[in-house]
Design a protein around this ligand. Structure first.
Ligand SMILES: [Fe+2]
Ligand SMILES: [Fe+2]
Length: 218
């Protein structure tokens, strides 16, 4: 009986401590972070601008590919455009948690031939994978902001997939064999993860969303 009473006391102490900690983190999240102190704020804004521009650019590239008769590449650009918009949304929501509303600025971009557009897309993804995101993730990690680190890391992991999809597309049109490319794409609505039929999984490996909730591009 004494052991039972002790366990009961221990249980209530644990509940009280957990509740206090939860209240503390909610309060911390509601406090606006000082942008002069936290470099992550600026990095999130840059990432939102980049992702918003990428989304609009790929939408334009999709239309161009359609005009040139590359319907499968048009579908790829369309699906990835959606993915980038989800990255922008996730970064924006993170920024909002830190107390900042932000309207993105879209940079200008050129629409060329689909082959050149693919090269441009590969270059953009490569920059994000090798420079931008690793640097931003390090800043968020150093400033101990796990939400920002999480959002930036998800985006980087997915940009790696985008680069591969674009490289395969470029190779296919170089050898004039677009028909070897995937005909369907699936986008995770929570993190923007990108799949084709061959790489589709039951649950998104990043955010665990079930495939039945994915956005289909058929
Ligand atoms: Fe991307
Ligand atoms: Fe996901």
């Amino acid at each position: 009986m004494k052991i039972f009473n002790n366990l009961l006391i221990l249980f209530f102490i644990t509940v009280i401590i957990t509740s206090c900690n939860n209240n503390k983190s909610v309060k911390e999240n509601k406090e606006k972070l000082d942008s002069a102190k936290y470099k992550t704020i600026e990095k999130l804004k840059i990432a939102i601008n980049g992702e918003t521009t990428a989304s609009k650019k790929y939408l334009a590239f999709s239309k161009k590919a359609e005009k040139e008769g590359y319907s499968l590449i048009a579908k790829l650009f369309l699906a990835v455009s959606k993915s980038e918009s989800i990255h922008a949304k996730n970064h924006s929501e993170t920024l909002k948690k830190y107390g900042y509303m932000f309207s993105p600025t879209v940079s200008t971009f050129e629409i060329k031939s689909t082959e050149e557009n693919l090269k441009n897309a590969i270059e953009g993804e490569n920059y994000e994978i090798t420079q931008m995101y690793p640097e931003f993730i390090k800043v968020a990690e150093d400033e101990k902001l796990p939400d920002a680190k999480g959002s930036l890391t998800w985006a980087m992991m997915i940009e790696i997939k985008h680069k591969t999809f674009y490289q395969n597309a470029l190779q296919a049109i170089t050898v004039k064999n677009e028909s070897t490319l995937p005909g369907q794409y699936y986008i995770c609505p929570k993190c923007g993860n990108t799949f084709c039929k061959q790489t589709l999984v039951d649950y998104c490996e990043l955010c665990m969303t079930y495939k039945g909730n994915f956005i289909y591009f058929m």
